[in-house]
Design a binder for this molecule. Structure first.
Ligand SMILES: [Zn+2]
Length: 145
């Protein structure tokens, strides 16, 4: 029975010492990214060293949560046991979001009919509690630019 529940559940993020500040901020509905104190680059995904200059002087920094849809796909079918947890949400949108600060973020576009999602659409972050204490940043259409 427990195995069946495990198969029908969506996977949860693995919270590590490196990613923990991101998830703690998400609980407060704040989007934060690492920013390098040496070269000023924003770094995404979370890591111990700057992907541009190799510095370990990374500081968690609040960002706007605003971006635009770079590209997207509509998921209409799930395949495999590992994806069963997503079945009840079909159809849904998986998108690359270009954040105003630069990094490209993979997430869902929500609170929008799927046939209204388009490339270049302005979006902003909204946090959804996917499991107790786990808030995922997703994106909804931006009401004003
Ligand atoms: Zn750097």
């Amino acid at each position: 029975m427990a195995e069946q529940n495990k198969e029908s559940a969506k996977p949860l993020p693995e919270i590590t010492p490196v990613t923990q500040p991101f998830w703690e901020a998400a609980k407060d509905k704040r989007l934060v990214l690492q920013r390098c104190n040496s070269c000023g680059s924003f770094v995404w995904c979370p890591r111990p060293y700057c992907s541009e200059c190799g510095s370990n002087q990374l500081v968690w920094t609040p960002v706007s949560g605003r971006g635009t849809v770079y590209s997207f796909t509509v998921i209409r079918e799930v395949v495999g046991r590992g994806a069963r947890g997503f079945e009840k949400e079909i159809p849904y949108v998986v998108a690359w979001i270009d954040l105003e600060e630069g990094p490209r973020f993979v997430s869902n576009v929500v609170q929008c009919p799927i046939d209204e999602v388009e490339i270049g659409m302005p979006v902003e972050t909204v946090f959804e509690e996917t499991a107790p204490g786990i808030f995922l940043p997703k994106f909804k259409p931006r009401s004003s630019i």
